[in-house]
Design a protein around this ligand. Structure first.
Ligand code: AP5
Ligand code: MG
Length: 218
């Protein structure tokens, strides 16, 4: 088992691309945003703590997120794991590195999906997601509308607007991203399987670029 990492700002397409990569390469998708949203909807202790933080676009504290990820990794996976939205601070990257070495788990691809800031807000504010957490399909009111307004093409569940997909929360998420990204990049950019792909292309083209990177080490 290895872990692969997708980096990128809010709205860069990590979730969209992760779903495709997971299907093509039979990976396990581990999105800390999805895990936390699930905890919020189930009103667990962590969910109650994280709810307002997430809605305002701030980051949940490193120890909580690391704890969730390590607990899940310790349960084991059949095959490789693809992280989406984790790690996103230098502290998380270092803690993950230590955890992987103690568990003798390898680090595979680390891929940055690079998208200019100017296009991200419209992507996020127009996003709609399937309310069925087991499906979680991702849409956009303009660039990827569902066939039937407000209904998931894949499972028929209602679509919803994430509570942090407002312009205000997006700006807060971008501020956190901009503060944490350079140290994170500094940590990963010299590792052998670090790559950056152009995420400002059609989703299919971004996927093509990612597919080129995965087979060699996945
Ligand atoms: P998280 O859920 O990880 O949100 P994020 O990183 O802000 O990323 P998004 O999910 O918004 O965007 P995405 O890159 O997945 O884009 P998507 O594919 O959906 O985290 C949410 C919150 O949880 C955080 O703010 C924080 O509070 C907490 N959290 C999570 N992880 C944490 C951590 N590690 N530490 C601390 N706190 C943590 O696409 C977006 C839209 O664009 C969609 O509408 C899609 O259709 C469209 N789109 C996608 N690709 C393209 C394309 N190529 N061209 C045009 N449109 C596109
Ligand atoms: Mg996402």
């Amino acid at each position: 088992m290895k872990v692969h990492i997708l980096l990128g700002p809010p709205g860069s397409g990590k979730g969209t691309q992760a779903k495709r990569l997971v299907e093509k390469f039979n990976l396990n998708h581990l999105s800390t945003g999805d895990i936390l949203r699930d905890a919020v909807s189930k009103e667990t202790e962590i969910g109650r703590m994280a709810k307002a933080i997430m809605a305002s676009g701030k980051l949940v504290d490193d120890d909580t997120v690391n704890g969730l990820v390590f607990a899940r990794l310790q349960q084991g996976f059949e095959g490789d794991v693809l992280f989406d939205g984790y790690p996103r601070t230098l502290q998380q990257a270092k803690a993950l590195g230590e955890f992987l070495s103690t568990q003798m788990i390898g680090l595979g691809n680390v891929v940055n999906i690079a998208v200019p800031d100017g296009v991200l807000e419209a992507r996020v504010v127009g996003r709609r997601v399937c309310s069925n957490n087991d499906c979680g399909a991702i849409y956009h009111v303009e660039s990827k509308p569902p066939k039937q307004d407000g209904i998931c093409d894949l499972c028929g569940s209602p679509l919803k607007h994430r509570s942090d997909d407002t312009a205000e929360a997006f700006r807060s998420r971008m501020a956190d991203f901009n503060a944490s990204f350079q140290p994170l990049l500094g940590f990963y950019e010299h590792q052998p399987h670090y790559r950056s792909v152009d995420g400002n292309l059609a989703p299919e083209q971004v996927f093509e670029s990612l597919v080129q990177l995965f087979p060699e080490s996945a």
